[in-house]
Design a binder for this molecule. Structure first.
Ligand SMILES: Cc1cc2nc3c(=O)[nH]c(=O)nc-3n(C[C@H](O)[C@H](O)[C@H](O)COP(=O)(O)OP(=O)(O)OC[C@H]3O[C@@H](n4cnc5c(N)ncnc54)[C@H](O)[C@@H]3O)c2cc1C
Length: 460
């Protein structure tokens, strides 16, 4: 049996003993069969059961609920969507771009509301999101981000803060100013995933763990096939995100990218006095020591490194989770943000995979003829977005006509990734070139006059 607590600090400290639930034992018939008990699968199950309490929902999970990215991420539950407003306007128009942001704001709040209603102690704190400039040349990018939201008339959710205003939130080495988005919360992600799984069960859903889906059938009689039996349904839902790359029928819809994190021991009161950060804003900045950062509910600093890598042939193994060079980079970066913490102990380090679609666009679709729904492609911004997937898919599957079912993700079809070895070579080249750009900007203090090819191909 796997030691599931060893897969992340969050899983280890989520308060559950992580003993797997019983697996599937023979074939069954349900209304909706969901592949994957991460945020997407669990929110879809939860929202379906809220809309139609008598619906028969089965969630089929290869390991345990929260085993994937949902139990390992940075806990940034915020309104950022993988495609920024100006690009959304260009592709889908002003109204659609605005509707996506409004729906994302609702998702951040919905996560908090459900935690409260269902008694899930996910350490949810809505302090907003802060992006801090730690060098002069980073200040214009804060303005540019703010302008994206002004373009859709939603600038009142955001603010540009000068140095002093920033320091009233948090003090970081060299902080010059910041961009604040009030639509963000910090969470303990494994507590949310595990609590949500229990809520799904309380409302009548059944979760089968240790039951890997090996294939699926679509059409008038959709089925999730496992080695332990078939789950026949009216609708199947593909909610495996990065792991959908491991199934023959979806292997070119998405690729897995790694992400790695470290966490410190709890900081002392004196250390917190030197930093501030009382509202637990989720935090990032720019440059080579950038990261996705949060103050945890138990007063540590969790630091995620932007050093995503792609494994050849999309092969996901446990070995990907351990990358000492990236862990060390994350530890050193933490100390660049707060040099006064020199000597602090880093207690945990872990990694996981998130899904990257070829065109960066999220998919939230339902094909009633084929009896198949899917929610994936969050490009590392899936905590709140997976909640939106759950709400959208529940409306689509139950035939509710809502603002959510008209969002552009509902008509999106994933663009296929190139076959190997082209895919591996292409992703590596773009990643390398992006990192070089960041290093050059940091060295020279100047941005290239035009976005580079790598920047245009890759915005993560
Ligand atoms: C280290 C890291 C940090 C991140 N930080 C953030 C962040 O701070 N904010 C943010 O918004 N996003 C973040 N992300 C991304 C975010 O965590 C994901 O986008 C999101 O959790 C995806 O949820 P999901 O349910 O779609 O997929 P997952 O959580 O990956 O769940 C998929 C589930 O499917 C199961 N499964 C896989 N294959 C099968 C199969 N064949 N049969 C049955 N079950 C199967 C898996 O075991 C897993 O439980 C991060 C990701 C990583 C890896």
């Amino acid at each position: 049996m796997k030691q599931y607590g060893s897969y992340s600090f969050w899983l280890e400290t989520c308060g559950d003993d992580l003993t797997p639930r019983p697996g599937l034992d023979g074939s069954i018939d349900v209304d909706v069969a969901i592949l994957g008990a991460g945020f997407t699968g669990l929110w879809t199950a939860y929202c379906l059961l809220q809309r139609e309490p008598s619906i028969k929902v089965a969630v089929v999970e290869a390991e345990i609920a929260g085993f994937g990215a949902s139990g390992r991420n940075g806990g940034w539950c915020y309104s950022g969507f993988p495609v920024a407003p100006l690009e959304l306007i260009g592709k889908y128009g002003y109204d659609a771009a605005r509707a996506v942001s409004l729906a994302m704001y609702d998702s951040v709040d919905h996560v908090g509301e459900v935690c409260q209603r269902e008694g899930i102690d996910a350490h949810y704190a809505k302090g907003g999101e802060l992006q801090i400039a730690r060098a002069e040349h980073e200040l214009p990018s804060l303005q540019a981000t703010y302008d994206e939201y002004r373009a859709i008339g939603l600038e009142d959710h955001y603010a540009l803060l000068d140095r002093q205003e920033t320091e009233s939130h948090i003090r970081v080495q060299g902080g010059l100013g910041s961009y604040w988005n009030k639509e963000g919360a910090a969470i303990q992600p494994a507590r949310l995933a595990r609590g949500l799984a229990r809520a799904v069960e309380r409302h009548g859903g059944v979760i089968y763990e240790q039951s890997r889906v090996t294939d699926f059938t679509t059409g008038s009689r959709p089925i999730l096939h496992t080695e332990r039996g078939d789950v026949r349904a009216r609708t199947i839902v593909l909610a495996g995100e990065a792991y959908l790359s491991q199934l023959e029928k979806t292997k070119r819809d998405i690729i897995p990218m790694t992400s790695h994190m470290v966490v410190t021991e709890p900081l002392s009161d004196a250390q917190w006095d030197s930093i501030g950060w009382e509202n637990r804003e989720v935090l990032m900045g720019g440059g080579t020591s950038n990261g996705y950062i949060q103050r945890t509910g138990d007063n540590r600093i969790a630091f995620g490194a932007f050093r995503a890598e792609y494994p050849f042939q999309s092969k996901i193994t446990d070995a990907l989770d351990k990358n000492e060079a990236i862990f060390e980079h994350a530890r050193r970066s933490t100390l660049k943000w707060w040099p006064q913490l020199a000597g602090i102990r880093f207690t945990h380090a872990w990694g996981g995979v998130f899904g990257m679609p070829r065109d960066h666009m999220v998919t939230m679709t339902y094909d009633p003829k084929q009896g198949v729904a899917a929610g994936f492609g969050y490009s590392g911004e899936g905590v709140a977005t997976a909640n939106l997937s759950g709400r959208v898919l529940a409306d689509l599957i139950t035939g509710v006509d809502s603002d959510l079912t008209r969002l552009p993700m509902t008509s999106h079809r994933p663009r296929q990734w190139e076959p190997e070895p082209l895919r591996w070579a292409g992703v590596r080249a773009v990643r390398w070139s992006r990192l070089r750009n960041i290093q050059n900007i940091e060295k020279t203090g100047k941005y290239p006059e035009r976005p580079t090819l790598a920047d245009r191909l890759w915005n993560w």
